[in-house]
Design a protein around this ligand. Structure first.
Ligand code: CP
Length: 308
């Protein structure tokens, strides 16, 4: 495919190819941090929503692989003068961009861009829909810590309904054979998720019991139109991930969070800083998977020069 829009439309083989390539890319990060794999390629990021990890890790990934790199700050761009989404990205494409990486608050915005452009589009998060590169770095981190995905018990806890991270992880983990549990208050976790092949829990202690991986999510207040329900205090009491609750998981369970963390809300500071926490390793793996995607997409573009 020309673009990376979501995990839902990837095959298990696609996932394995990306994760294997990311392993190779990690050697570059841990070594000289320089390569000419993307020499002559142009990579542009354009984020319509805030980001620290995703945007910067794409920039580092492009630079470590020797590409030309540019970034559009949407707040100081002609977007504020009312230029349309498609006109904006077409302008970027005419500057010979090979890959455009975008984040947007509207689900489907990257899909629309992909339809109108010859450049490859990578979805860096679209509304409530997907955050495929986050799921890939999460899968890479789990793969480094656990022997196999088959039968692995993973619980994703918190604000599921607003989480594109939860959705992308859910698709990826199910494709690789893991058991996925979702836990949260009923207001943030509709029972209908069960139709997708996951287990829904409203009792966090039951959900964590015996799992290999605990994944917290940020409470997304910016997407909650009428405030958080239950209240923040109730959420912490009934759904907060603490060291005490982590003891219900398997002895060698790991704790993950995509970041940014609301410390002592969805996750206690003590748990986030504990030895079982792999949150900082997730960040490094984020650069590796993004390098892998850029490499694979640019190789594919070369092989399909006349088709795009
Ligand atoms: N996890 C994640 O997407 O972080 P940023 O919003 O900082 O990119």
């Amino acid at each position: 495919k020309k673009d990376v829009l979501g995990i839902r439309d990837m095959s298990k083989e696609d996932l394995i190819e990306i994760l294997d390539t990311a392993k190779e890319m990690k050697k570059i990060i841990e070594g000289e941090k320089i390569s000419d794999i993307l020499k002559g390629k142009t990579i542009i990021t354009i984020f319509f929503e805030p980001s620290t990890r995703t945007r910067l890790s794409f920039e580092m990934a492009a630079k470590y692989l020797g590409a030309h790199f540019g970034n559009i700050e949407t707040k100081t761009s002609s977007v504020v003068k009312g230029e349309s989404l498609i006109d904006t990205v077409r302008t970027v494409e005419r500057m010979k961009a090979d890959v455009i990486i975008t984040r947007h608050n509207m689900s489907g915005a990257p899909h629309l861009m992909a339809k109108y452009l010859n450049a490859s589009i990578i979805n860096a998060g679209d509304g409530l829909n997907e955050h495929p590169t986050q799921a890939l770095l999460d899968l890479m981190t789990i793969g480094e810590k656990k022997e196999s995905f088959k039968g692995l018990k993973v619980v994703i806890i918190g604000d599921i309904v607003h989480s594109r991270v939860a959705r992308s992880n859910m698709w990826g983990l199910l494709k690789l054979g893991a058991e996925v549990r979702l836990a949260g208050p009923a207001t943030l976790l509709p029972k209908t998720f069960e139709k997708l092949g996951v287990k829904v829990y409203y009792d966090i202690n039951k959900a964590i019991n015996g799992v290999d991986v605990v994944m917290g999510l940020r409470i997304q207040l910016e997407r909650q139109k009428s405030g958080l329900f239950p209240s923040k205090d109730e959420f912490v009491r009934y759904f907060g991930i603490t060291s005490e609750r982590m003891r219900l998981a398997k002895k060698d369970a790991i704790l993950m969070h995509p970041g940014p963390i609301n410390r002592n809300v969805e996750i206690s500071s003590e748990a986030a800083n504990s030895g079982y926490s792999v949150i900082e390793e997730q960040v490094t793996n984020g650069v590796a998977v993004r390098m892998a995607l850029l490499k694979l997409l640019c190789e594919r573009r070369k092989n399909n020069e006349n088709n795009y």
